[in-house]
Design a protein around this ligand. Structure first.
Ligand SMILES: [Zn+2]
Length: 131
C-alpha cells in the first residue's frame, strides 16, 4: 500500500480564480493564498515604493536624532554620511517587507482588478420586451 502525497492543491480544481486580480489561472500559477504570479510581482513592486518611503522616513528620524542628540563633529562627516546611506538601505528593506506582509495579511483584491462580469442579462431582457 502506497501513501499518496497530499498537497493543498488537491482541494482546488485545475483552474482557480486569483483572489487579487479576479482572473482565472491554472492552479499551478497560484500560491497558497491564491495569488497569481503577476499579482505577487505587482504587490512586490508596490511594496518597494512603500519601502523607500519608510526608509527615508526612518533615516530622517535618525538624522534628527544624530543632529540634536549625538551632535556630530565635522571630523567624521564621511562616516555619518555612510551611516545615513546604510539607514536608508536597511530601513527600505524592513519597510518593504512590512508593506508586503500587510498586503498579504489584508488579502484584498488589487486596485486594478475588474469584478467578474455576470452573464449578460440585458440581452435576455431585450428579447423579453420584444415578445
Ligand atoms: Zn492575480
Amino acid at each position: 500500500m502506497t501513501r499518496e502525497h497530499v498537497s493543498w492543491r488537491d482541494r482546488y480544481p485545475t483552474e482557480v480564480t486569483c483572489v487579487r486580480c479576479l482572473e482565472v489561472h491554472d492552479q499551478m500559477e497560484l500560491d497558497r493564498m491564491l495569488w497569481c504570479d503577476t499579482c505577487r510581482r505587482k504587490a512586490r513592486a508596490r511594496a518597494a515604493w512603500w519601502g523607500w518611503l519608510g526608509g527615508l522616513l526612518f533615516t530622517a528620524g535618525m538624522g534628527v536624532y544624530v543632529w540634536f542628540t549625538v551632535r556630530p563633529t565635522d571630523l567624521v562627516v564621511g562616516g555619518w554620511m555612510a551611516t545615513m546611506i546604510a539607514a536608508i538601505w536597511i530601513g527600505q528593506k524592513v519597510a518593504r517587507e512590512f508593506a508586503y506582509g500587510g498586503m498579504r495579511f489584508r488579502n484584498a483584491r488589487a486596485v486594478e482588478a475588474l469584478p467578474l462580469k455576470a452573464p449578460s442579462s440585458e440581452a435576455t431582457t431585450a428579447e423579453d420586451d420584444s415578445l
